[in-house]
Design a protein around this ligand. Structure first.
Ligand code: SF4
Length: 267
């Protein structure tokens, strides 16, 4: 119960701070069958009961040929939750997998995006909810800074091209130790994706580095998340944002609460 409350509080914070959900939205939840997507869908179902705005939910799964077991258990779980779930095999992705088994994430994501938009259109959704977590945000921030030369993570809210869909990430404050504990505790029938076994990628290296550092600094992800919401532009080198500080002035907002601070959790 405490775990569920902690997750819901964080989802509520993300939804409220970034104006993710609006009156009358029809939200299609991207359901990959992993621990994060089970948590996302369950949290949104719980939020739907208590939110001050009315919105409807449905879920969908795009099968790109990467599941390590049949997805039938999802159907039973969705029925139990009363969720309208659509499962779609994406044939172009299967053909890609046949032609280039080692295709990278860029190509895979491009195929998935096309299939997701087509299905969301069919489902009459105006919002697509994605299950990226606080861990994904931190990893993408470090990956971009170290390997692509940009200070950027993942947008909490974005628009598809032509503004057809609003893309929201309600789990941005939820760490994967919480989603893992929730999925295990609730008996959700998680089915891993073949990619979870991949090694030697940049993504894996960054994840391993974070895990190693967290052994000594357990609040590392909370601090990184706080940093992402506490930018001191005048101490970076982007001339588009640069404004010289006055002497003696510190842009530091030392009193800003961090995510592991209980006071923050009450917001
Ligand atoms: S990790 Fe696997 S499923 Fe995810 S984008 Fe990369 S190739 Fe596709």
């Amino acid at each position: 119960m405490e775990l569920e409350k902690a997750i819901l509080r964080r989802v509520g914070q993300a939804v409220a701070r970034f104006g993710m959900i609006r009156e009358g939205d029809r939200i299609a939840v991207g359901f990959s069958g992993g621990k994060d997507s089970f948590t996302l869908l369950s949290a949104l179902l719980a939020l739907q009961k208590r939110a001050p705005v009315r919105f409807s939910l449905c879920a969908f799964t795009i099968d790109q040929g990467k599941f390590l077991a049949p997805v039938e258990p999802f159907r039973e779980w969705m029925r139990g939750q009363g969720v309208d779930w659509t499962y779609r095999v994406d044939n172009p992705s299967l053909r890609l997998l046949g032609r280039q088994p080692d295709h990278g994430c860029d190509l895979c994501s491009r195929f998935r995006r096309r299939a997701v938009y087509a299905l969301a259109r069919e489902l009459g959704a105006n919002v697509i909810a994605l299950g990226h977590t606080a861990d994904d945000l931190c990893e993408s921030f470090l990956r971009n800074a170290m390997f692509t030369g940009r200070l950027a993570a993942l947008p909490p809210v974005a628009w598809s091209r032509k503004r057809e869909f609003r893309l929201i990430r309600p789990l941005i404050y939820v760490t994967e130790d919480l989603t893992r504990a929730w999925a295990e505790g609730s008996g959700a029938p998680v089915i891993p994706c073949g990619c979870s076994l991949k090694t030697g990628t940049v993504r894996r290296s960054v994840r391993g580095m974070l895990e190693e550092l967290e052994k000594e600094h357990p609040h590392l992800k909370s601090t990184l998340l706080n940093a992402l919401g506490n930018v001191e532009a005048s101490r970076l080198l982007d001339r588009r944002l640069f404004q010289p500080e006055e002497e003696g002035q510190s842009a530091s907002a030392g009193s800003l609460p961090v995510l592991h601070d209980p006071a923050f959790m009450e917001l």
